[in-house]
Design a protein around this ligand. Structure first.
Ligand code: GLU
Length: 418
């Protein structure tokens, strides 16, 4: 990844690109480009050996015009104030793109959880939950999983919050285990919306998904589920990667077997379904029909974009393309379907989880998947309608036009607080 690209500046550039197709004054636009508030805190946590370590942690509440702030919490050494600000802004426009009644937020702790024991990760998580407590709540700000967090961490945050508040409020956080009030279908939801976006994109562009070749960069929850579900559509997954490197088989391999191997050994290295190992850059520039970046921001910069051979990119990660990469790919006629649509399945099923928590009435998985399909296909229609109506330079810009209009409409309904 190219570290000179600040994701917060990328977000602001994406908003400016879309603003060119909208007629808003600069004061309206300026407000759309900055968070409302950012919590920056230092957690002091006791380690298993009795020593105390400190961790930097953040929560950005970007915009609440359409509803409570909503977005995940990530654990990663790369977490920074600007990264969290960018990710919280992307949540605002993601929730607006798929038209669910939330604003956007995001949080993170700067550390690598793989270097710590489970009980240390629990104490770090509970310490952060204590700092978050005054800011969150089912009508205020609702965290969720993100990179390196999942049901376990969500359950700890819920438990800490409910204990301190002396209440039961499962809707304070989403992505919980089903036993703690989680929703059926939540774990697979991000990968499922990547699959649905891919299906609609191929259909719209008049291309056949059956036998299309696919490369997936990043094999965590989003990437591995997307690979599996796209494989089920008849496509041929020929290369996948994780932080240990990439594996390739020109005849394709079983996406589920690759995930099983990663679960068993901790990485994709040595996966016997592959015929060769590749570098990350070789995977990103492979001659495939579909490329799915599913890791972190800035995976594809302008230089790599010049060598991308895929015809279609569907973004499973948040912010995987730099603005320069967007320009290059648009010039080269590579169709990019943006993160704020393609990976919105996660937050959409979080919304369903929150609705179920509030009603204390739980849905079957089939209902969750059907409702998710409706949300994503409707958003896809909104995207192509706007793309054609505005003649926007690319699909990302058109999706931002849809989303920004919804946020501004909500803000205008509320008027300006004196
Ligand atoms: N972390 C996910 C995202 O980036 C899900 C957020 C949520 O469920 O609130 O969209």
């Amino acid at each position: 990844m190219s570290d000179e690209v600040n994701p917060f500046e990328s977000l602001q550039e994406q908003i400016d690109d879309a603003a060119a197709y909208l007629e808003y004054s600069t004061d309206v636009l300026e407000r759309l480009k900055h968070p409302e508030r950012v919590l920056e805190t230092t957690l002091s946590v006791e380690m298993d050996d009795g020593s105390v370590e400190v961790f930097e942690a953040f929560r950005s509440q970007f915009n609440g015009d359409r509803g409570p702030y909503k977005g995940g919490i990530r654990y990663h050494p790369q977490v920074s104030r600007d990264e969290v600000k960018a990710l919280s802004g992307w949540m605002v426009y993601k929730c607006a793109a798929v038209n669910i009644p939330y604003g956007g937020g995001k949080g993170g702790i700067k550390f690598d959880p793989r270097q710590y024991s489970a009980s240390e990760v629990e104490r770090i998580t509970r310490s952060f939950a204590k700092e978050l407590r005054p800011l969150i709540g089912e009508d205020r700000d609702i965290p969720a999983p993100d990179v390196n967090t999942g049901q376990r961490e969500m359950n700890w945050i819920k438990d800490t919050y409910e204990t301190l508040e002396n209440t039961t409020e499962p809707g304070v956080i989403t992505g919980k285990a089903p036993e703690s009030g989680g929703s059926a279908g939540r774990v697979e939801a991000t990968g499922r919306s990547v699959m649905l976006t891919t299906r609609e994109a191929f259909d719209y562009l008049g291309k056949d998904i059956e036998r299309a070749t696919v490369a997936v960069q990043g094999y965590g929850n989003a990437g591995s589920v997307a690979a599996k579900l796209i494989d089920d559509l008849g496509a041929n997954v020929v290369a996948v990667s994780d932080s240990s490197g990439a594996v390739h088989n020109p005849d394709g391999f079983d996406a589920r077997a690759a995930k099983d191997h990663k679960n068993e050994t901790g990485s994709l290295a040595g996966f016997e379904g592959a015929t060769e190992e590749l570098s990350n850059e070789e995977l990103l520039t492979m001659d495939v029909d579909l490329l799915i970046p599913a890791a972190l921001e800035n995976a594809i910069d302008g230089d790599i974009a010049n060598h991308v051979q895929a015809d279609i990119i569907v973004e499973a990660a948040n912010g995987p393309l730099t603005p320069r990469a967007d320009d290059v790919l648009s010039e080269r006629d590579v169709a990019v379907f943006p993160d704020i649509l393609a990976n919105a399945g996660g937050v959409t099923v979080s919304y369903f989880e929150w609705v179920q928590n509030r009603q204390r009435f739980y849905w079957e998985e089939e209902r969750v998947n059907d409702e998710l399909e409706r949300v994503i296909t409707t958003a896809f229609e909104d995207l192509v309608d706007t793309y054609e109506r505005t003649d926007a330079e690319d699909f990302r810009t058109a999706m931002y036009v849809v989303a920004i209009e919804r946020v501004v409409d909500a803000a205008e309904e509320g008027g300006i607080w004196p």
